[in-house]
Design a protein around this ligand. Structure first.
Ligand SMILES: *Cc1c(COP(=O)(O)O)cnc(C)c1O
Length: 423
């Protein structure tokens, strides 16, 4: 007590508040606060990356049964091991090996709380004073937030919209120095909906080899592709360079709430072992929380038994949605789409502000859209590209169509008066 006033000796850790910076969730929550409560229309969310509540995106009943069976068996009420339970690690190794020219073992697999924790583990294991990592722009801001909180400087290379959002490898070479430890690729891409060809991934691998850095491949949208390029895992180059693959069942099985993912080392030469990265990953997992054991218990069944028709149904809906999205966007003059999405659930489109009255920037656009049309779209600034938009098309096709109609009506209403209603 000082002069009768109680004095508390604690306060919130400001370095966390600062590091968390701009997040997708934060921006979306802010937009949701701008909805007009008197408007009776349904909210249309074309900003979120979680379609699990739509009937067309319901997970496989088989996956649900696997979890129920795991619970009913009473075998998974215990703590797991820090790296994950053995049957689940084996199952992930087998699942990923299907697409590789060599076999992974369970020792290559570390189970995590979704792909989110896999990112945290990978970045933390590589951090050291002075180190830097190369991240894509546009990208997934969780990487930046994590870097800000540890000894890892984030440097940014651009993705090239006119080249299907391929990595600008010249930019990668220009950014790298002797303190660069890794580069990150997200394939299939969030936020761009891109799917990289084998040839491009090979060039990424050759560049990383030249620079002596490892590639962190965020493949949380593995196999969610519906264009001409098939999904190729970065791990196919695991004999040329060390690759850390990050993934989860959140997106392909549409169960982001189940919180199970993995960090996998693709490294036939054992470089990650020699350099101590594997020990560091294990150490980090020793001092962090594990995914629920019964979810781990369900993993073998989920990965081995899910029928092809479940996946193909989801892909068909996504392909249809991507088509609707691409065609509808063509009808809106102030929006241009440089590359039709071929994977994941997102497309990046560019705003032409000169074709809009009284709109300051992408954020202003999205706030006014939320207010006037009860429709949520993510402003590009949230993923590193100002005056672009990230549109999620993973909705029921009818809802998507309605959302894009509202977007079109909004743009029409805000066109400069001098142009009139010329379109
Ligand atoms: C959704 C997402 C993640 C996180 O996945 P979870 O399994 O839900 O933790 C990681 N990276 C990217 C690019 C994502 O879109």
């Amino acid at each position: 007590m000082e002069n009768g006033v109680q004095k508390w000796r604690f306060k919130g850790n400001e370095s966390i508040t600062t590091a968390s910076g701009i997040t997708v969730r934060g921006v979306l929550n802010m937009l949701m606060e701008n909805l007009n409560p008197d408007d009776e229309k349904q909210i249309l969310a074309l900003g979120h990356g979680d379609p699990s509540h739509f009937p067309s995106f319901r997970t496989s009943p088989l996956a649900v049964d696997a979890v129920v069976d795991a619970l009913r068996s009473f075998r998974f009420n215990c703590y797991g091991s820090t790296v994950g339970i053995l049957p689940a690690r084996k199952a992930v190794a087998e699942y990923l090996s299907r697409d590789l020219p060599y076999k992974l073992s369970e020792d290559d697999v570390f189970l995590t709380l979704g792909c989110t924790q896999a990112i945290e583990v990978a970045l933390s294991a590589l951090s050291r004073p002075g180190a830097n990592i190369l991240l894509p722009t546009p990208g997934f801001p969780y990487y930046e937030a994590r870097c800000a909180y540890i000894d890892l400087e984030a440097r940014h290379f651009d993705l090239l919209p006119e080249k299907g959002w391929e990595v600008n490898l010249d930019a990668v070479e220009a950014l790298a120095d002797e303190n660069t430890v890794a580069m990150v690729i997200i394939n299939p891409g969030n936020p761009c909906g891109s799917v990289y060809s084998y040839e491009h991934l090979q060039k990424v691998a050759e560049t990383a080899r030249k620079l002596g850095i490892l590639v962190i491949a965020d493949e949380v949208y593995d196999h969610l592709t519906f264009g001409s390029n098939p999904f190729v895992p970065m791990g196919v180059f695991g004999s040329l360079i060390p690759v850390i693959t990050l993934g989860s069942i959140s997106k392909r099985w549409i169960v982001p709430g189940w919180r199970i993912g993995w960090l996998v080392t693709n490294d036939t030469q054992g470089i990650l072992q020699q350099s101590g990265v594997v020990e560091s990953v294990k150490g980090f997992l020793n001092i962090s929380s594990d995914p629920a054991t019964f979810i781990q218990g369900a993993v073998p069944h989920i990965l081995d038994m899910t029928q092809e028709d479940f996946f193909s149904k989801i892909i068909d809906v996504l392909r249809r949605d991507a088509d609707i999205c691409y065609e509808k966007l063509k009808q809106i003059p102030c929006i241009s789409c440089p590359h039709k999405p071929e994977g994941s659930m997102f497309v990046m489109v560019k705003l032409n502000l000169s074709l809009l009255d009284d709109i300051l920037d992408d954020l202003d656009f999205c706030i006014k859209l939320a207010k006037e049309e009860k429709t949520i779209i993510l402003p590009g600034m949230a993923v590193g590209l100002k005056n672009w938009l990230r549109i999620t098309f993973a909705l029921e096709p009818l809802a998507l169509d309605e959302g894009l109609e509202r977007l079109k009506a909004f743009c029409q209403r805000h066109e400069p008066k001098s142009i009139g209603n010329g379109w």
